[in-house]
Design a protein around this ligand. Sequence first.
Ligand code: ADP
Ligand code: ASP
Ligand code: MG
Length: 439
Amino acid sequence: MKIMKFGGTSVGKPERMRQIAQLITADKEPVMVVLSALSGTTNALVEISHRLAASDKEGASEKIAILEKHYQNFIHDLLQEATLLAMANEVLNEHFEFLRITQKISLSDALNKDILAQGELMSTKLFSLFLEQSKIDHALLPALDFMSLDQNEEPDLVLIQEKLNGVLANHPNKNIFVTQGYICRNAKGEVDNLKRGGSDYTASLIAAAVKATVCEIWTDIDGMHNNDPRVVDKTVAIEQLSFDEAAELAYFGAKILHPTCIWPAQQENIPVKLLNTMEPKAPGTVIMKEAGTVGVKAVAAKDDIIAVKIKSTRMLLAYGFLRKIFEVFEKYKTSIDMITTSEVAVSVSIDNDMHLNEIITELSNIASVEVEKNQTIVSIVGNEIAKTDAVLNKLFQAINEVPITMVSYGGSPHNISLLIPSEHKTKTLQLINKGLFNL
Ligand code: ADP
Ligand code: ASP
Ligand code: MG
């Protein structure tokens, strides 16, 4: 079986859904189609939730009405057969009625997650009706029946595999399956999600669970580019990446992939292909065990980073001191991205400020603490990059004028990371494009 995941823009217009139907029937291999919500929907649902949280019921209902109109237009373009159009109408009524009811009850975390789940539920149901109209035999599998999180809010791959195999066994004669990306159930059985962009993660988890031949991520660009195309004018697609390289790029901000979506495919050694729905013949990027070539491949940037600088003239090198520092971050479930040390100080970077005040208070008991907000991690990723000729020289020459908060080199053979004030991000990515990629 192969997995084909289509993102928001790939399902966002009726003509795109028609094109997807062609792509998924192009060969005989059984396929699991994972769909995102139509583009813009999850953002709209987040906004509806925000308005409800702010007791702005009128604002929420206005947003719901606009979204409903969009979906009404969508189904009228997508479906021509009267019975199927009537069924699509019922689907929309059910989901928009749910959204309207949320305005009458108090918003909880669980209800918020239910609201966010509506996009993927609608896109898959509408696509399934379109497949029916096109006489394409398939089964729609509710992701909520098998996509499970454990007590730590992490995907439970063993349970997912067990449940999904059970679900698939109910459809022995089907070749095409359609399911929702992003949504899942948590350990309490409530509707939850895999965080923004999580449909990629769903695809990779399913790929690992069914031991797929390939996990294809279909999006609006022809693969992983060497730099962020939203920020830099001239970027090029990368032919091949190792799992480790792709994981670093995703984690450090390459938006084309969900930050943690590589590990399931990597665990089962399943190649991941990044392909362009708008240009299906383009080779895209293949992510596999082997890196292909040696050297620098790409740069990515992750915003909203906080640098925490911890200084202790007396105790830093006393053994056990670093442990005490890390224990504070562990206690508040705050993971550290970058770390640098000197004789008297240690600096770390974090991307989550939920418990920043508590962390500072506790650290202040053992050291002096300084915090710098609005930072960006710029990660240069490649194969054996640290051994690449003159890479540091070229890098620092290229970004000579940029102030650097932290540098991390040697932690991984695939990565050199810099922490810079976010206001310098655009310029830094552009300078690196010239200096390291000659673009
Ligand atoms: P989808 O809705 O299909 O999941 P996303 O918007 O999540 O698509 O990801 C695709 C987008 O990622 C591209 O349109 C591009 O702007 C952005 N992007 C950021 N960095 C990169 C990169 N290094 N290579 C390719 N695309 C990137
Ligand atoms: N629809 C969700 C989002 O916009 C998940 C995804 O598209 O991957 O974040
Ligand atoms: Mg995405």
